[in-house]
Ligand binder design. Structure first.
Ligand code: NAD
Length: 523
């Protein structure tokens, strides 16, 4: 086996590989040389310099694995690799400790005014009384997002004697109790934490998660740190809150635009800024090299690597049989993540009718998991890693088969239990995917556009009041279906609407008398 080291990586990674392969280091290889010479190699390791383009991948005749010794894979054409059945692996866990340490560094720099005091001494001043600090011991740390990095921050903050509260609607209660933290809602965290640190991915849900209203909920001495991604904190609102004394200080490693040229934040004393270096240590680089070297060894030994971020090619026959159901599974997954509340504990999937005959239906479960987990995680979840990611997060998955498909040719029947609710849904694939049951009520809806699902007491006037409320917000109802189990009991209404439905509208519907719940779903 031959491995090409195309970018400088830590020697420990090279030594690991030399046990099983011929390692060729060409860390100044040009793009042209790479296309010309890749043919021979079974594996390639890159960091950021080398681009593994489609042209490189198509020129490779032996390549089995592309390893990125780091977190992102922006410099690898993952689509081209997937098409050729080449695995792409990375080392997402390699930087967690490094980033957590930087986070603590920034917190201390803020709480003890270290960077500004340093500047003052270097300017030949001795302003002891100007730099009165705050002890961390006994203070409350609020962690937003307790994934790989957030968990490492928990351990370190505890060593400083801090009490920890966490906002992360997607972690299991086992994970929380293992680390001994209290899970709270965002509002409680903002109101009670002395130090707030952000460790969530940047998603539509977390974009500007911290803006003026959230900053105004904080205590006036609160310190906030962002080592996650720019855009999670609204920087204009942050500037206002810092300059008006609404909060105590802020430290940022990441910015809405990088570098943050001309940012007014640079004018403030109660701000510490670093140039996106939270992950930059030689130890993180060493660990990344060792992790990817071990992944390559596993592939050479015929074992499955952990961090594969793409899908290997399946045998074409199975693929053709299963592919049509991918769209149905995607839609059902999207439906489930938007209707679930709190962290996901269990997913039970039953494949019915002709689907029960298919051997490889676990791939459909993986598609479901991919859709359910991708909106909430930083790492890409895909067909290859979906089951492992779910397992690591403590989600119990059960798959079953049933020949009876309730009169349909095929049916996917799913129950998902989360911390705060349980959702059941059934989908059927005819000419197009359709949802035919929601929470025990028969419906028949196309899986596209926006729908509002409301549960309410089956008494006169409620359907009308929901329609009127939507009308007040300029939302037009295109189609409506209602289902109930018995007159006067709980009923469910599914409305297809022409406009997007905001949280404000959901809340207004929920506030109507005899309406139990309302949720908008975007398919
Ligand atoms: P992770 O996927 O392990 O953890 C993310 C956590 O956020 C998960 O537990 C998830 O449940 C939670 N989450 C998702 N959406 C949420 C929401 N709306 N509200 C609350 N919690 C939510 O990711 P990680 O490896 O810990 O990385 C965390 C962040 O750090 C990411 O944004 C990543 O890009 C960033 N990062 C920055 C650097 C740097 O150089 N500054 C380096 C590495 C990672």
């Amino acid at each position: 086996m031959k491995v090409l080291i195309a970018d400088q990586i830590n020697q420990k990674g090279i030594e690991e590989l030399e046990e099983v392969a011929e390692v060729v280091a060409r860390t100044d290889i040009t793009p042209e040389e790479l296309v010309k010479d890749i043919g021979d190699f079974d594996a390639i390791i890159v960091r950021s310099r080398t681009k593994v383009t489609r042209e490189v991948i198509e020129a490779a005749t032996n390549l089995k694995i592309i390893a990125r010794a780091g977190v992102g894979v922006d410099n690898v054409d993952v689509e081209a690799a997937t098409e050729r059945g080449i695995m792409v692996v990375n080392a997402p866990e390699s930087t967690s400790i490094t980033v957590a340490e930087h986070t603590l560094g920034l917190i201390l720099s803020l709480s003890r005014k270290i960077s500004i005091a340093d500047k003052s001494v270097k300017e030949d001043k001795w302003e002891k009384s100007r730099f009165m600090g705050m002890e961390l011991n006994g203070k409350t740390m609020g962690i937003v997002g307790m994934g790989r990095i957030g968990s490492q921050v928990v351990i370190r903050a505890k060593a400083f004697g801090m009490d920890i509260i966490v906002y992360d609607p997607y972690i299991t209660s086992e994970a929380a109790s293992e680390l001994g933290v209290e899970i709270v809602n965002l509002e409680t965290l903002l109101e009670n934490a002395d130090v707030i640190t952000i460790h969530v991915p940047l998603t539509p849900e977390t974009k500007h998660l911290i803006s003026k209203p959230q900053l105004e909920m904080m205590k006036e001495n609160t310190l906030i740190v962002n080592c996650a991604r720019g855009g999670i904190i609204n920087e204009d609102d942050l500037y206002e809150a810092l300059s008006e004394g609404i909060i105590g200080g802020a430290a940022l490693d990441v910015f809405e635009t990088e570098p943050p040229k001309g940012s007014s934040l640079t004018e403030l004393d109660n701000v510490v800024l670093t140039p996106h270096i939270a992950a930059s240590t030689s130890e993180a680089q060493r660990d990344a090299a060792i992790i990817v070297a071990k992944e390559i060894k596993k592939v050479f030994n015929g074992e499955s690597p952990r961090n594969v971020i793409n899908m290997p090619v399946m045998d074409p026959e199975t693929f053709q049989l299963i592919k049509p159901y991918f769209r149905l599974a995607e839609k059902l997954g999207k439906f489930l993540i938007q209707t679930s509340k709190g962290n996901i504990n269990e997913l039970e999937v039953t494949y019915c009718g002709e689907l029960a005959e298919i051997q490889k239906h676990d791939i459909i479960t993986r598609i479901l998991l991919q859709e359910i987990l991708n909106p909430i995680l930083t790492e890409p979840v895909n067909l290859v890693n979906a089951a492992a990611v779910a397992e690591n997060r403590g989600v119990i998955i059960t798959e079953g088969k049933r020949t009876d498909a309730k009169g349909y040719k095929n049916l996917i029947s799913i129950e998902m239990k989360s911390e705060d609710n349980q959702v059941s849904v059934e989908g059927f694939l005819g000419k197009e995917p359709r949802i035919v049951m929601i929470n025990g009520y028969q419906v028949n809806v196309k899986t596209e556009g926006t729908m509002v699902i409301a549960s309410y007491k089956d008494i006169p006037g409620i359907i009308g009041s929901i329609g009127v409320k939507l009308g007040e917000y300029g939302i037009n109802i295109a189609k409506m279906q209602v289902g109930r189990q018995q007159p006067g009991g709980e009923a469910v209404m599914v409305l297809k609407v022409d406009q997007k439905v905001s949280e404000e509208v959901e809340d207004a519907i929920k506030a109507l008398p005899d309406v139990y719940d309302a949720v908008a779903v975007e398919l």
